[in-house]
Design a protein around this ligand. Structure first.
Ligand code: GLU
Length: 257
């Protein structure tokens, strides 16, 4: 099975921007094992800006130039960390940085597709992020990695997209404000009522919220693949998710006519 997994800043970094070593090491171990079990994996990883903030020991920047600078520093840190951790399991990583312009341009999209396919054939694990240094405005940038992951899943003709978040899945109400909210295990159709369950809140260093995840689900399920939202603090859930067992919230894919 070809699986795209997206992991967010809130999973990979502590609120101040330093690496969450436990989460990151656990993730890399499970991802390596999933690959050893014969699945093809593509990772969409955030946290460039967050880790840059931690490494530079600055406050979360509000101006775009410092954000870009932080992302440039943090992207190095991110790939260095992945390279080091995956090497322990004999896996080879590859970095791909994309912008909105790249995925909309037909020829560039084909190039991305070809490179992804060849990397997977070569047994390498593509790790993708937005190229935050060049994509800054609403026209050139994709803006959030939930959307980027959905685009990658469609482009790579993945069977499954897993969005790892700091929440267990989609709830009947916002669980932070409604303690009696219930996790919804399965969504067969993303109706306006389902869309209304998102209230848009993201974490301190990341960008995505439930609304971007539901839009990603719409895109991915419409191309025929399943999408699952699960908690990145429990990476071993990926074993169940890959086996089609209940974990988090699963959105079932259906080809649109
Ligand atoms: N590309 C951004 C970063 O790596 C994250 C975007 C997102 O979290 O959705 O910092």
């Amino acid at each position: 099975m070809r699986i795209v997994v997206k992991v967010g800043t809130s999973t990979l970094a502590h609120p101040g921007g330093l690496l969450n070593i436990r989460h990151t090491e656990d993730l890399v171990k499970v991802w390596s094992d999933i690959q050893n079990a014969g699945h093809q994996l593509i990772v969409v990883s955030s946290a460039a800006t967050g880790l840059g903030v931690g490494k530079l020991q600055i406050e979360k920047p509000s101006d775009i130039t410092t954000k870009q600078a932080a992302a440039a520093v943090g992207q190095c840190e991110l790939m260095y960390t992945y390279d080091r951790l995956f090497s322990a399991y004999d896996h080879t990583v590859a970095q791909i940085l994309l912008t909105g312009v790249d995925v909309e341009h037909t020829e560039r999209r084909v190039n991305i597709q070809n490179t992804l396919t060849r990397l997977l054939e070569l047994g390498a694990l593509p790790i993708i992020n937005e190229n935050d240094t060049v994509a800054t405005d609403e026209i050139t940038s994709i803006g959030d990695n939930d959307t980027l992951a959905a685009i990658v899943a469609c482009c790579a003709q993945a069977d499954l997209l897993v969005l790892l978040s700091d929440i267990d899945g989609l709830y009947t109400a916002n669980p932070h404000t409604h303690p009696d909210a219930k996790l919804i295990p399965l969504v067969r159709e993303i109706t306006p009522a389902v869309m209304a369950l998102a209230d848009g809140a993201g974490s301190a260093l990341g960008t995505g919220g439930m609304a971007t995840k539901l839009r990603a689900a719409r895109m991915v399920t419409g191309s025929g693949a399943d999408m699952v939202i699960a908690n990145g603090a429990h990476p071993e859930l990926l074993y169940d998710i890959a086996a089609g067992k209940p974990a988090g919230t699963r959105f079932t894919g259906h080809k649109e006519d």
